[in-house]
Structures are given as C-alpha cells and as structure tokens.
Ligand binder design. Structure first.
Ligand code: OSB
Ligand code: MG
Length: 371
C-alpha cells in the first residue's frame, strides 16, 4: 500500500428523527467527527462516536479532535500502512482516547479493504449475510408515548426492543411493555443510573424474562456488577465498563456479566473489537453490537462487525430511517423481514459519502497532507 497522503477531519451535526433520551441526557441532534484517510486514489472513512459532552464516556468531540489532530494523525501521515496492525502499533503509546483511535483505525480498515477489493466484513472474518438487529427506545415524557413508540417499531418489523431505564422509569415501564407484548425479546439499559443499594429494585425485573440488563451500575465498575450478577437471574451485560480486551477478560474472570455489548468506538477500534469477540467466543459468552446513533459510515462498520459468528444477540443497529431523514452516506440500511440488516457486499464499508451532503452539515474541517 502506498503511503498515506492526506487525512481530513469533518465535524458534523445531524438532526435526529426523534430526540433520544437516556439516563444521562437528551439528544436532539447528533454531532460527530468523520475521518477520511486518502492514499493511492482511495478514500477510507471512519466515524468517531464521541459526543458533545462527557456524559456517556469521558471523551468528547473536543478531546477527540485534539488527540486526532495532535497525536494520531501525525503518527500515520506519510507512513506506508499494509495492515491494520501497523496502525495499532503506531497508536500503542496513546493511553485512553479509544473513540479517537477507533475512528482513524477504522478509516484505515476501510481503505485497506478497498485496496484489496473485498468487503470489510470479509476482511474481518464475518460470515453472516444478514445480521439480526433490534431498536433502542429512549426515555419518553409519559408511558403512553413510550408504548406508542414501541408499537410503531414493532409494526415496522423490529423483533427485539431495548428500553432505556432510570430511577422512576423502570419496573412499571417494563411491566407495561411486557403486558402488551408478552413474547417480545426485550432488554433494558440503565447507563449506570443505579447502585448496589438498588439490588431489590433490579431483582424486581427478574420476572419479566428480559434478555439482559445493560450496565446498571457505575460506568467504570466490574466488582459491584459481579456482586449484583450473583443475586440476579437475568444476565447482566456490560457496556460502559469495557474499554479494551483486557477489561473484557477481567469482567469475565470475576463473572461481572454474562454478555458483552461491543462498541467499536468504546474499545478503541476494530482490532480490539475482534479480540473481544474471539475471547468471548472461547469462553462461551455471547456478544452483540452496540450503537451510538451512527451515520451510515459507522453503521456500515457495525454491520460488518456483527457478521462475525459470536454476534448471536440482535445488535443496536437499526435501519438508517430510525435515526436520520437524510444521512451523509448512501445507500441507507433498510430493515428486512425477520428484523435483520443486510451486510454490504461492496468493497470496504460498502457505503459512499456524498460530498454535498457532508458539506451541508459540516461545522468544521481540518485537512492535513504530507509534504
Ligand atoms: O448505552 O447503548 C447505549 C446511544 C448513545 C449512547 C449510548 C447508548 C446509545 C444507544 C443507541 O442505546 C443505540 C443505537 O445506536 O441505536
Ligand atoms: Mg448501553
């Protein structure tokens, strides 16, 4: 592969179809950074999932921009990159900043898959042609609105629903959804809104036959989650606490969870996500692909990842229309019968960024070329 000639950052902001509320806040638009890597007439794309503020994770668009511009881009510009492992090696000195690292590493994966003329899913060992998906339903001002929203998604064909919960919006909401949909595959996500003192409340979710309870406790904890898991029938799933393959191993070693939500951004890129997949497969622990309200760029990477064999639970990878009226990349992902998305068969990510659409929602751009 010839050397990396140019790397661009694009800070964009896209209005969401519906505001999305979690225990940590409400989002009406979704800002993110897109990274493009240019070499040999090809362009690879990666999406940075850091948010505006440090609410879901400590990284923000501001910190990611800084780390990309001042450390990660200089480490790649002008270099000959033949393998994703070359990127991982060049980023090895950087501690933390997983979302910034992932965005650039994933853009290189796209570039290399294009150079080898294979779909990204093939390059990483994905075997499924269609991946099972569900929908993540935010907190609503009233229960009736939530029930309408769930009904809408079920009518659209989503076969698995995740409800966001927080204190005051939990057991009653789950009970109401269960009463209306007794057999619907259902799970909940607390985004760290509870503590070990809430064990009785979380035990009260056990009778509702949930697939899993996601990240109920502190965002960096595994020890209390292990204590909680020992007192629950429902499997716990960790999201926020798993920042790397090492965190995944530590969590499994102490039985802090029985399922892991893999987000490429949170764990620092596709290489780390693949290692977590393999570790969990060895240990008989199912994984699923989490979402961060991605554009079609990030969604294409998620769908490719979810094509791996141990992604056995439906991902938070909904159809493009669930998030945006007009994405910056084409084609849109559409929901198939059976609640699946089709893995793209084009080379690389298999989606094309539309320059005019990107420019229309861009707030800031940085171009770095090697001399
Ligand atoms: O905790 O899984 C989460 C969105 C933003 C931040 C955190 C989370 C989420 C989601 C959305 O649940 C999933 C999706 O992209 O559909
Ligand atoms: Mg989550």
């Amino acid at each position: 592969m010839p050397k990396i000639e140019r790397i661009e950052l694009h800070h964009i902001d896209l209005p969401l179809v519906h505001p999305f509320e979690t225990s940590f806040g409400r989002e009406v638009t979704r800002p993110c950074i897109l990274v493009s890597v240019h070499a040999a007439g090809l362009t690879g794309w990666g999406e940075c999932v850091a948010g505006d503020g440090p609410w879901y994770a400590s990284e923000t668009i501001g910190t990611a921009w800084h780390v990309l511009a001042d450390y990660l881009i200089p480490a790649l510009l002008g270099q000959e990159i033949d393998e994703p492992a070359d990127v991982v090696a060049r980023f090895a000195r950087v501690r933390g900043h997983a979302m910034a690292r992932a965005a650039l590493e994933n853009a290189v994966w796209d570039l290399l898959a294009q150079a080898r003329r294979v779909p990204l899913a093939d390059m990483i060992g994905g075997r499924q042609e269609r991946v099972p998906v569900g929908v993540s339903v935010g907190i609503e001002p009233r229960l009736e609105i939530l029930l309408d929203r769930v009904a809408q998604y079920v009518d659209e064909g989503y076969g698995r629903v995740k409800l966001k919960i927080k204190p005051g919006w939990d057991v009653d909401v789950v009970r109401a959804v269960r009463e209306q949909w007794p057999d619907l595959p259902l799970q909940v996500d607390a985004n760290s809104a509870y503590s070990l003192a809430d064990t009785p409340l979380l035990q009260a979710l056990d009778p509702f036959n949930l697939l899993l309870i996601e990240q109920p406790l502190h965002h960096d904890d595994i020890v209390d989650h292990a204590r909680l898991q020992a007192q629950l029938r429902t499997p716990l799933c960790l999201d926020e606490s798993i920042h790397s393959p090492e965190h995944a191993r530590w969590a499994l070693d102490i039985a802090a969870c029985r399922v892991i939500n893999v987000k490429v951004g949170r764990v620092g890129g596709l290489t780390a996500a693949l290692r977590i997949h393999d570790l969990c497969a060895e240990r008989g622990v199912p994984v699923w692909c989490g979402g961060m309200l991605e554009t079609n760029v990030g969604r294409a990477a998620n769908v490719a990842l979810a094509a791996l064999p141990n992604f056995t639970l439906p991902g938070d990878i909904s159809a493009s229309a669930r998030y945006y009226h007009r994405d910056i990349a084409e084609p849109d992902f559409v929901l198939n019968d059976g609640s699946t998305l089709t893995v793209p068969t084009g080379v690389g990510l298999g989606v094309q960024v539309i320059a005019e659409r990107l420019a229309a929602v861009r707030l800031r751009r940085s171009v770095r070329a090697c001399s």
